[in-house]
Design a protein around this ligand. Structure first.
Ligand code: HEC
Length: 209
């Protein structure tokens, strides 16, 4: 028995060390970009983030006025990904922006889940909100993954009155909206918000030319 252990134990140790170093390689290293890099990242990404938020807000306002929240949910579900892709493709210089999304710590659509770098950014905003400090207007990261450098640009998304028909406390939602949300997003966590709350982040992923 002890002879078997003396063979097995070192083997197990080696295996577990290999496992953790492989994990460490996949984990992104998140750094602070230099001021010069930040200026260049902001110049490309800020208009993209603003355009996305403005476009989604316009679409929602339009859809709510036309068909009310139940229709607007379908518009949101179908349009949000298409709009996001369109805004990303129109970004200049072309090819610099390789990803564009919205993410949150309280998700409606699980496809919007944050990756490790995005979780760090969310954490910074959540801590600022819990300390009642003003939220940073944007946040930048230099991300190194497997020897490749990319940048992330974030802008906070706040809840406005317009958002409440679909993101307020369930008690305040219409029964039609509640039923549709339950059907399409059975794991919905994105309710219970009030006007002005931090809702999530726009994330622009880019490389510098
Ligand atoms: C008509 C209902 C409706 C309104 C109004 C609405 N949303 Fe949403 N929201 C949704 C739906 C549905 C999704 C999931 C979209 C999808 O499936 O891609 C969503 C997703 C999101 C997401 C992506 C993260 C996640 O949880 O999946 C953010 C951020 C968000 N909404 C913020 C807002 C903000 C801010 C407003 C107000 C400006 C707003 N929403 C107004 C229905 C709505």
């Amino acid at each position: 028995m002890s002879a078997l252990l003396s063979i097995l134990l070192p083997l197990l140790l080696v295996l577990s060390v290999q496992h953790s170093s492989a994990q460490a390689q996949d984990e992104p290293v998140v750094l602070q970009p230099t001021l010069a890099e930040s200026d260049r990242v902001r110049a490309i990404a800020q208009p993209v983030a603003r355009t996305l938020l403005r476009t989604i807000r316009e679409e929602l306002t339009h859809a709510l006025a036309k068909g009310g929240p139940v229709d607007a949910i379908s518009v949101c579900q179908i349009q949000a990904p298409a709009l996001t892709q369109q805004v990303r493709d129109e970004a200049r210089p072309s090819g610099a922006v390789f990803s564009l999304k919205r993410t949150s710590n309280r998700l409606r659509n699980p496809a919007d889940a944050p990756d490790p770098a995005e979780r760090q950014a969310l954490q910074i905003y959540l801590e600022a909100e819990s300390r009642h400090e003003p939220l940073p207007p944007d946040l930048l990261q230099k991300v190194e993954t497997a020897g490749k450098t990319t940048y992330r640009y974030y802008q906070p998304i706040r809840v406005a009155a317009l958002c409440l028909s679909c993101h307020a406390d369930p008690a305040a939602l219409s029964s039609d909206v509640k039923a549709l949300l339950r059907e399409r997003y059975p794991q919905d966590q994105a309710v219970g918000y009030r006007d002005g709350d931090f809702r999530g982040l726009v994330v622009v992923g880019l490389t510098l030319p």
